[in-house]
Design a protein around this ligand. Structure first.
Ligand code: LRH
Ligand code: MN
Length: 430
C-alpha cells in the first residue's frame, strides 16, 4: 500500500500551532475590523480559492543544461496523482490537475479518472504538445506545428489537439490550452503574416471540435524556443485570434511569457475589459521564462494582478471566469513544497487585493491624488494576512504550516523507498 499523507497526521501536527494561530487570528481580526473588514468573510474567501496544479510540475524540472531529479520522484501518472493528493491534503486549494499530452497519456482514462476522484482530485485543463517530436512521429515539428508551411505537419498537429480533446472528455476536463513554440531564429526565416494566418486556420479546426461547454485557451509567449520571432508573441495577437475564433476562445496569460518590465497587470485589465481573459499560468521570473515559484521574485506585481482580478470580481464584470493554474519548473526545490508555498502566495495576493478600500481608491483616482492612490494599494499589500491563510487551511482540514508538516511526515523519504531511482521516466520539461 503506497504511503499517503493522512488528514489525521495533519490535524496532529496542527495541534502544535493552534495557540499562536488563535491569538494571531484574533489580533489581525481586530485590526481589520477597525478598517471595516470582516476577518471571517476573508477566511471564507481564502477557503474558496482554487488553483490547478501542473502535472509536469510534480517532478523535478530542469534546464537545457541539466536536470537533477530528487529522491522519490513520481515515475508515472499515478504517482503524480499521489503527490497531487498529498499537496491537496496540505493546502486544500488545489483539487484540479492540468495534464500535458503525451507526457501524461493515460493507458486507461477511466481508471485514471477514478484514481483521481477517490483522492478528491479532478482534471482541469488539457495541454497539447506540438513542440517536441515523439518516437515514430511521421512529420517533425522542428520548423513549427500549427503554423508550419507544410499542410501535412499542420494536419498532424491539429489531429494531436483533437486527440487531447477526446481524451479530456473521457477524463472530465473542461478546457484545452494550446501553446506552440512556432517561430523563427533569424530575420527572413518566417513570413510573419502568412505564418499567423496558417496558425489561426489550424486553431479554427481545433475550435470547431471543442466539446460542448469547453473553453479553448491560447497562450502567447515572447520568445523561446524560437529566438527571433514567435507566431503568437503577445497578448494583442492572442486577442485578435480569440476574437476571430469565437465566444469560447480566450487568451491565457503565463506571467513568464513577457519581456522584462512589461505591465502585465495592465494586460490583464485589458483582457478583462474585452471579455477575453482565459486565466493564468502563474509563476515568477527574474529574466526570461524562468518558471520560478509564484510570488518569489515580484510579489508586488502578483498583488497588482490580483488587484485587477478582484476589482472585476467585485464589479461582477460579465463573463469574468478566469482559470487559475500554476506552471512552474522546480529545479532545486521539492516540487510539493514549492507548489504548496506557491499556492499560498496566490491566496495571499488574492486576499490582500480584497483589503483594498476601492471606494477610497476611486476617490483618489478621480481627484488625481496619485500618492494616496498608491498608498491605498500599498496599505493592502503590506497587511499581514498570514494568520488568515493558516486559519483557512486549518478549517478546511489542511496544514497550518504546510512545509513543516510535509517534512515531519517523511513523505518524500517514504516515496524514495517506494520509487527506486533509475526507473524514472521523463516526467515533463527536459
Ligand atoms: C511554455 C509553457 C506552456 C507549457 C509548457 C510546459 O513555456 O509555459 O504553458 O505547455 O510551458
Ligand atoms: Mn505556461
Amino acid at each position: 500500500m503506497a504511503f499517503a499523507l493522512e488528514d489525521g497526521f495533519v490535524a496532529e501536527e496542527n495541534r502544535r500551532h493552534l495557540d499562536w494561530l488563535e491569538e494571531d487570528y484574533e489580533h489581525v481580526g481586530r485590526r481589520l475590523a477597525r478598517r471595516g473588514l470582516d476577518v471571517e468573510a476573508l477566511t471564507g474567501l481564502a477557503m474558496a480559492f482554487r488553483v490547478a496544479v501542473p502535472s509536469w510540475g510534480l517532478g523535478t524540472g530542469g534546464t537545457r543544461f541539466a536536470r537533477f531529479p530528487g529522491p522519490g520522484e513520481p515515475r508515472d501518472l499515478l504517482e503524480k496523482i499521489e503527490d497531487a493528493a498529498a499537496l491537496l491534503t496540505l493546502v486544500r486549494v488545489t483539487p484540479g490537475v492540468s495534464l500535458h499530452i503525451p507526457w501524461d497519456e493515460p493507458a486507461d482514462p477511466a481508471e485514471l479518472k477514478a484514481a483521481a476522484r477517490e483522492r478528491g482530485l479532478f482534471f482541469d485543463s488539457m495541454n497539447s504538445n506540438t513542440f517536441q517530436d515523439q518516437p515514430g512521429q511521421p512529420l517533425s515539428y522542428k520548423f513549427g506545428s500549427l503554423s508550419h508551411s507544410d499542410p501535412g505537419v499542420r494536419r498532424q498537429a491539429v489531429e494531436h489537439n483533437l486527440h487531447c480533446l477526446r481524451l479530456g472528455r473521457a477524463l472530465g476536463a473542461c478546457c484545452h490550452t494550446v501553446w506552440v513554440g512556432d517561430g523563427g531564429n533569424f530575420p527572413g526565416q518566417v513570413h510573419f503574416r502568412r505564418a499567423l494566418e496558417r496558425y489561426l486556420d489550424s486553431l479554427r479546426a481545433i475550435y470547431a471540435a471543442l466539446p460542448d461547454g469547453w473553453r479553448l485557451f491560447i497562450e502567447h509567449k515572447l520568445y523561446e524556443p524560437a529566438f527571433y520571432s514567435t507566431v503568437l508573441n503577445d497578448w494583442g495577437t492572442s486577442y485578435h485570434c480569440v476574437r476571430e475564433l469565437g465566444d469560447r476562445a480566450f487568451s491565457l496569460v503565463d506571467l513568464g511569457h513577457h519581456a522584462p518590465n512589461v505591465n502585465i497587470e495592465m494586460i490583464v485589465a485589458r483582457l478583462i475589459q474585452f471579455g477575453k481573459l482565459a486565466g493564468f499560468h502563474f509563476n515568477d521570473s527574474k529574466y526570461g521564462d524562468d518558471d520560478l515559484d509564484a510570488g518569489s521574485i515580484k510579489p508586488f506585481q502578483l498583488f497588482l494582478i490580483f488587484n485587477e482580478l478582484v476589482d472585476a470580481e467585485l464589479e461582477r464584470v460579465p463573463g469574468f471566469r478566469p482559470a487559475y493554474m500554476l506552471d512552474q519548473s522546480h529545479n532545486v526545490t521539492d516540487p510539493i513544497e514549492s507548489l504548496a508555498t506557491s499556492a499560498t502566495e496566490l491566496v495571499r495576493a488574492y486576499l490582500q487585493a480584497h483589503l483594498v478600500d476601492r471606494h477610497q481608491l476611486r476617490e483618489y483616482q478621480e481627484r488625481n491624488d496619485a500618492l494616496m492612490a498608491l498608498e491605498t494599494l500599498r496599505r493592502a499589500f503590506t497587511t499581514d494576512v498570514g494568520p488568515i491563510l493558516a486559519m483557512a487551511r486549518h478549517r478546511a482540514g489542511g496544514a497550518v504550516d504546510p512545509v513543516s508538516t510535509f517534512r515531519a511526515s517523511g513523505y518524500r523519504c517514504r516515496k524514495a523507498e517506494e520509487r527506486p531511482e533509475g526507473a524514472a521516466r521523463r516526467a515533463g520539461i527536459v
